[in-house]
Design a binder for this molecule. Structure first.
Ligand SMILES: *Cc1c(COP(=O)(O)O)cnc(C)c1O
Length: 445
């Protein structure tokens, strides 16, 4: 962590290069840890993308903070498997305690039950399976029933649609609702689509609303979507995988407005809450649906305490579960509420600073609102130039940005969220972007 700035964010390697340098078979005799570590440094590190680098601004910028790293050491050394309460009582109870702490920080009441899954993709799959259990409980015995539909927006993370495919809803039964000028689901279209579906004999099952969509961090109108979900009896899942932690900051708590009426919500501490990969938290007001959708206990898993405890494996596909709560405990205690708010506020501040820098340069334009810690912008020229610009920036190894397409145009995404990123980093990266653009010296369109 101390020397992370000495490394290029993105490695200069081509496909197959690392693999070709490594032995094609495992060693016959054991090797020393010193030798293995030396090879790690010379053969593996040069091919790594440094996700924990302060100039990593692609996709979403996340952090593995020092307390999280230390917790990971303990987790690996203890090798606890949190499948049942009995499998390690303190691990199950620490999961309950830390998720209650986080729930309070997010301003949510005691009604919410929390569980840790590995990723938001699994969280949304479990949420949609719970929605199916609620709307069509016969599926558990009879298999998937026809006509169950899922509603997402054009900008909802692909994991929701993927979950619907995996659960057997069928891609044809996923409705992708168009977005407005600020990339939020158009709620009037959502309602019209649901009405047409009901007329056509479909059964609306689940609506996925985004608080902080992946392309632009758009914050959808959750209260209006909740009205519709309630009117038509559909489950409402709120995807705040990336943006959720921002609600811990008092002046940002509004982003979760309306969530109290949802059936489930996902927040990823491994994204913007200083916890290392992986750790995704799902909250639900209807844990019984998760249990009914996923529990199936074998004789060898029954314990005397079953009536009195939570056995987390009953709430999801996984039997074996990592001891991820320890990372939350370490991070929450090390920084405290104030420390976490301070880190999040700094990312929010740096984002507004970057937005101002970009906005002040006539060669560039901001192309989406930047309410959180992502700036979407483009050079005022062709898609081809913007694609080249991104490639040139990333090739320097000094910063790593990603892209998206908005309103048909190729757009650069600059995400801020690493705990080590400071104002100097942001100013240097912006200067780098300007220099790369100047070298391209293209006519404006
Ligand atoms: C990153 C992201 C996901 C997927 O997260 P994983 O934990 O990698 O599965 C889902 N939704 C949103 C809004 C995201 O930003």
């Amino acid at each position: 962590m101390e020397h992370v700035r000495d490394y290029p964010v993105l490695p200069a390697v081509s496909p197959g290069e690392i693999r070709a340098k490594l032995p094609s078979a495992a060693p016959e005799k054991g090797e020393s840890i010193e030798q293995i570590f030396a090879d790690f440094q010379t053969q593996i590190v040069p091919g790594l993308t440094h996700w924990n680098h302060p100039n990593f601004h692609a996709w979403f910028s996340d952090s593995s903070s020092p307390p999280s790293v230390l917790a990971e050491f303990l987790i690996a050394a203890l090798n606890v498997n949190v499948m049942l309460w009995k499998a390690s009582p303190a691990a199950t109870e620490l999961e309950q305690v830390t998720l209650s702490w986080l729930r309070q920080w997010l301003g949510m009441d005691e009604e919410w039950f929390g569980i840790i899954y590995d990723t938001a993709s699994v969280s949304v799959m479990q949420a949609i399976s719970a929605a199916r259990e609620w709307i069509a409980p016969e599926c558990r015995m009879k298999g998937m029933q026809p006509g169950l539909t899922i509603y997402v927006s054009e900008h909802t993370h692909s994991s929701a649609e993927k979950a619907a495919i995996l659960l057997g809803f069928g891609q044809e039964n996923v409705r992708r609702i168009a977005v407005d000028d600020e990339f939020r689901m158009r709620t009037n279209l959502l309602e019209k689509t649901i009405q047409a579906d009901i007329t056509g004999g479909k059964r609306p099952c689940c609506i996925v609303a985004s608080v902080g969509s992946t392309s632009t961090t758009a914050i959808e109108d959750v209260p209006a979507i909740a009205d519709i979900a309630e009117r038509y009896g559909a489950w409402l899942h709120v995807d705040a995988a990336y943006a959720g932690p921002a609600a811990i900051v008092p002046e940002m708590s509004w982003i979760l407005r309306g969530v109290e009426r949802a059936q489930s919500l996902v927040v990823n501490p491994h994204k913007w809450l200083y916890v290392s990969m992986d750790c995704s938290v799902l909250y639900t007001r209807m844990p019984e649906m998760f249990r009914r959708a996923s529990s199936l206990s074998a004789e060898y898993l029954k314990t005397a305490e079953d009536e009195r405890v939570v056995n987390f494996n009953d709430y999801g596909i996984q039997l074996g579960r990592r001891f991820r709560a320890l990372k939350l405990w370490y991070v929450f205690r090390y920084y405290g509420h104030e420390g976490i708010i301070g880190l999040l506020r700094e990312s929010l501040r740096l984002t507004q600073l970057l937005k101002a820098l970009v906005g002040a340069d006539g060669d560039f334009e901001i192309v989406a609102p930047a309410p959180l810690s992502l700036v979407c912008f483009r050079h005022r020229s062709s898609d081809e130039v913007n694609r080249q610009l991104l490639s040139d920036i990333n090739a320097t190894g000094k910063a790593f940005l990603s892209h998206t397409v908005l309103k048909g145009k190729y757009v650069l995404r600059f995400a801020i969220g690493n705990h080590q990123t400071n104002e100097g980093d942001i100013r240097a990266s912006w200067q780098l972007i300007q220099e790369c653009a100047a070298k391209l010296a293209v006519p404006k369109t």
